[in-house]
Design a protein around this ligand. Sequence first.
Ligand code: SIN
Ligand code: FE2
Length: 210
Amino acid sequence: MSADKPVLPEGFRYLPDYLDRAAQEALVEDIRAVVAEAPLYVPTMPRTGKPMSVRMTNCGPLGWVTDKERGYRYQATHPATGKPWPQMPERLAALWRDLADYPEPPEACLINFYDDTAKMGMHQDSDEADFSAPVLSISLGDSCLFRVGGTDRKDKAVSLKLASGDIVLLSGKSRLAYHGVTRTYPGTSTLLKNGGRINLTLRRVRSPPQ
Ligand code: SIN
Ligand code: FE2
């Protein structure tokens, strides 16, 4: 193994080119329909109210939201429209069934849209009740530089270029790994007419029924 080959955290799964072009296009159509009902909005950080650089929306019974007043949480309605999130597209539920190795369906799909300058700081996905379910993450559109480390913020992180159609899973020991997006690479994909990057993360929020 070459010395500079990145060592991915245990349990982290990297599935490059998992979705072919037709599957990517079909997902973009699904997401367009979701966004038409549940528009992208600018989330703000807890306490400081600082706007994030990505725009967000969700589909599924629950959606992840954040704002200055109430911080990170899941809720059943869109913060701007007050309406329930649109249904989870069947194509996303099917990817979860194929890859998540978890008996229950996903409850939330967070949709992040990155313009050419958007990024996301290192964080853990820890607002869910059941960490035995993975977070399944789909990249569409422009490539990005993704970083993933360990469960301590100070752990060494490795960088991975994620391209359109790639899927990664934070599962097992890497479920609570710190991760973030350093930058996108504008102009690296023709999937989205106006450029940019879409990231979809499927999550199980509550513990399964006993
Ligand atoms: C996230 O951690 O919510 C986004 C990850 C990504 O954009 O690839
Ligand atoms: Fe995340």
